[in-house]
Design a protein around this ligand. Structure first.
Ligand code: PNS
Length: 162
């Protein structure tokens, strides 16, 4: 049986923590789909098309990584794609409560789908998309915390605004 995993999230923007989890997932599963939730935030930093474009560029040399979008319930999307695993990253104990609630709710909704938690490399354990946006917007440096293409696109947005 081949294992198809779905790694869902907002990815606004994709961070090196996400990249680390996706690379680990790509080694563990036959195929991993990075599934971006449409309309997750009211005023996102990057449009959905930009987020998809960024992730496809970052994983262009990973044939078993696919980038897709989804709307509605995650378990419905996972079933539609005939996947059997949901991957979520756990950075710290503080992530655990919310993640456990989601995993158990998803199990209640679709018992055959298993959630697998993966830990990113310790150097990425404090990175979140929310902090990246805040730090960058306030003039801090995010070099090494996000893929280069994200850094470039953030700078492009800044230039476009001034
Ligand atoms: O990157 P995020 O914002 O932590 O991702 C959260 C996400 C997209 C995994 C979660 O909000 C989700 O699955 N949304 C889809 C709607 C859904 O299925 N809700 C019930 C989850 S128990």
């Amino acid at each position: 049986m081949s294992t198809l995993a779905v790694y869902p999230g907002s990815f606004d923007p994709l961070t090196n923590g996400h990249v680390d989890i996706i690379e680990r997932g790509a080694r563990l599963f036959d195929r991993i789909i990075v599934a971006m939730l449409v309309n997750a935030e009211k005023s996102p930093m990057f449009t959905m098309a930009e987020r998809v474009d960024i992730a496809r560029a970052v994983f262009k040399d990973h044939p078993n990584v696919e980038v897709d979008t989804f709307e509605g319930l995650l378990v419905d999307y996972v079933a539609r794609r005939k996947a059997n695993v949901i991957v979520r990253g756990l950075r710290a104990v503080s992530d655990f409560e919310y993640e456990m609630q989601m995993a158990l709710m998803n199990r209640e909704l679709a018992g055959a789908i298993e959630t697998v938690f993966m830990m990113p490399a310790a150097q990425y354990s404090y990175i979140s998309s929310r902090l990246i946006k805040e730090v960058f917007t306030l003039g801090g440096k995010v070099h090494g915390l996000v893929p280069e293409i994200v850094e470039r696109r953030l700078r492009d947005k800044q230039t476009a605004r001034v």
